[in-house]
Each structure stands twice: as C-alpha cells, then as structure tokens.
Ligand binder design. Sequence first.
Ligand code: FAD
Length: 434
Amino acid sequence: EECMAHVVVLGAGLGGTIMAYELRKGLGKEHKVSVVSNGDRYSFVPSNPWVAVGWRDRESIEVDLAPVFARHDIALHPQGAKRLKPAERRIELNDGSSVAYDYLVIATGPELAFDEIDGLGPDHNSQSICHIDHALKTKKAFDALVDNPGPVVIGAVQGASCFGPAYEFAFILEKALRKAKVRDRVPMTFVTSEPYIGHLGLDGVGDTKGLLESELRQHHIKWICNAKVDRVEPGKMFVSEIADDGSLKKAHELPQVFSMMLPAFRGVAAVFGIEGLTNARGFIVVDEHQRSTSYPDIFAIGVCVAIAPLGKTPVPTGVPKTGFMIESMVTAAARNIGRLVRGAEPDAQATWNAVCLADLGDSGVAFVAQPQIPPRNVNWSSSGKWVHTAKVGFERYFLHKVRTGKAEPFYERLALQVMGVDKLKEIKIDDGAA
Ligand code: FAD
C-alpha cells in the first residue's frame, strides 16, 4: 500500500499543466509528480490569434512554471524529451539524461505538419498562429500588410482538424484591418478543406453553417470549400477545389501578400512511430479510460490522442480537440491513475464532446456537440457579444489557474452545465440544450 509511485507528465501545455495539478491534488504526498517540458514557460495557445494582431503580447499570455511547480512540489525537467522508451519505462531527454516513471501521461499536443505542403508555414511563404513565436512573427507581417495593403488568404489546409482558430483569425484580422482603416484595400478569401463553411470537422453543430456563412458575407470575406492547397509561393497560393466525386472542380491561383493557414497535425517526434503506442500519424491510441492500448502504464490526453475522423469528406479533414474535451480527459486520467496507484482498476471516462467558443473580434460563435458524431443529444450553437466576453473570461481564468496551480476546471465555472454538458460520463446528462 505504502508503495511510492512516480507519475510523469510529458508536455506542459493546456492539458499537461492542469494534469500535473490534478495529479498532485489527487495523490498522497508520498508519491512524486514530475513534468517534462520544452522550456519552463506555459503559453496560452488560444490567445495566439490576438497576439498576431497586437491585441496581446507574450508577457500577458505566458506563465513562468518553475515557481508554481516548486510551491506545489512538482518537479520540472525543462530540457524537453528526445525519445520515449516505453519498454524501459523512461524518457530520454534532449541533454542525454533520463527520467524514469511508474506512470506516464503523454500531453505533447501536435507537431505542425507544414512540410507536407510545398512553401507552407512561417519558415516559407505563409504565416501561422499555432505557436506564440509564430503569432509574434505574424504580427510583423500584419504590420507590413497595414503599410502595404493587398489580398489576404486565411484558412485551413487538407488534413487539418483545428478549424475554429482559422475562422477566429479571419474575423479578428478583418476587425484589425478596419481599425487600421485599410480594410477597403484588402480583398479577403477564406480557403478551407471543409466540405462547407461551418463544418468544423464535426459535420456542423447546430446552425454553424448558417451562422458562419452569414458572418463571412457580412464581413465581405469570400470563401472556397473542399480546397486542397497544392503549394504556396511568395505572393501566390495554388489551390485545387475538389468536386464531390474527388475530381478537380477548379484550379485557383490566389494572389496573396499575407496568408495564414492552419496546418495538419501529427504526433511529435519523441513518440512518433513507437510500435503499438501510436497510429500512422503518430497520435497515441487510447482506450475509453485514456490508457494506451499497448502500454498499461501510459495514458494520453489532449491533441496528441488519436481520434477517428467523422466520415469521408472530398478533401480529408480531422476532428477538433478543444479545451472542454481536454479538461475532461485530464479529470478522467487523473482519477484512473489515482485508482491504479491505490491498487484499483480505472473506471473514469471522458466525455469526448466538443464545446467551442470562437471569438470573431467583437462578437463570437459558441457551440456544443455531444456526442461528436451526429445525430446528437446536444447540438447547439449561438452567436453574440457574450461569446467574446466568455472567451476573454476563459483566458483570464485559465491563466490564473496555471499561475496558482489550481486544479479546478474552467468550463464548470462558465456554467456550461446549463447547456446540458457534463465532464464525466458517469454523471447523468440532461437531454436538450439551453
Ligand atoms: P499543447 O497546449 O500544444 O501543449 C503541448 C505541450 O507539449 C507544448 O508545451 C509542447 O512544447 C510540449 N511538447 C511537445 N513535444 C515535447 C517534447 N518532446 N518534450 C517536452 N515537451 C514537449 N481550444 C479551445 O478549447 N478553445 C480555443 O479557443 C482554442 N483556440 C485555439 C487556437 C489555436 C491557434 C490552436 C492551435 C488551438 C486552439 N484550441 C482551442 C485547441 C486546443 O485547446 C489547443 O490546441 C490546446 O493548446 C491543446 O492542448 P494540448 O495540451 O493537447 O497541447
């Protein structure tokens, strides 16, 4: 019983930080909690679209993890992981040292697959908002755009799963260009692999199709769906619009002086290709308890988890993994590891539903999809100024939580219960949405 366990979390992003806090809260003092991260700072990814137009700076969305972790008795290894060695129950770090574990939670998020498309990404001919460093670089490109206005392309490429931020950034950029009084000289096109606007990798939620089409029209943003980006050149994006039968409907050569495309995601190099642990894209294959189907001492949470796509779309799309789903994975994994440490079997399941707040500058679109695959019990979407306010609340609350080491989920506070969503499956769900 008094056997001490060492639980290691790999990755200190949105899922990994709160994972460490929940583990620390749930496990007795005799057990050790450690985090292996890339550097000693936490960065709030959902604020990156604001960083990219100068509405936030690095300082306002980052947290120094070392003092918080020290206060909460969580060991920090900021060297980063080189390779996981699951058979030896250890992680090889970038400086050659090693961290051994009894239980491991993989929370490494995505690797950004820019290299799958010629000329894509911040090292080449398009911008990105997926990382704070990219968002700060995009801010420089935004300033140059304001000085020299011209056509803009925003969207998400083939294989992308994270469509919300692409819409967010289109509307946020639109607002920032209006404020800078150059919007009239910037034709904007939204280019997406989704089969229709508002599909979001979820076959739409409530009336996201109607809501987002209407918003795009009202903001004079044209769109191309079923789009496959062939290559990006300085000043031009080459896009194939694909028909329902998979044939080429139209080849577009889109002029652009500024573009930002969400890339496809894949698993990070430290785990990619580990036999039995990952799927072909490098995502971690887990059971209903967030536990690896091959390594019973390994769990995974967040974007690094493998989720099957909804169904075939003319251009491949993936299913998004958003904050609420990630929080629910964290709660389930923390409880299950706690049970294993006490000699019991895992029993908690996350609700893999989608709850999303998409900020559109001064308004926003919110949706709740439960389950993810339609037909659904909860299929709700709405828009209004309150979404922008709620998103700012999400940012403030989450950063406060990371700064203080609190293990308390945001979405419960936001009263999403009202919409009929609960975090763990064992809790009974009310039918119907608010
Ligand atoms: P991440 O937050 O990306 O964290 C992974 C961490 O692992 C990173 O810190 C990374 O450095 C680290 N890591 C990776 N490899 C290693 C290694 N080898 N060694 C050590 N550390 C490693 N969701 C919402 O619910 N609401 C939103 O508004 C929202 N906005 C988004 C906006 C953008 C631009 C993007 C890209 C996503 C957004 N999401 C949003 C989706 C999702 O919530 C976020 O992507 C979230 O950050 C994912 O959490 P995660 O913990 O899985 O991965």
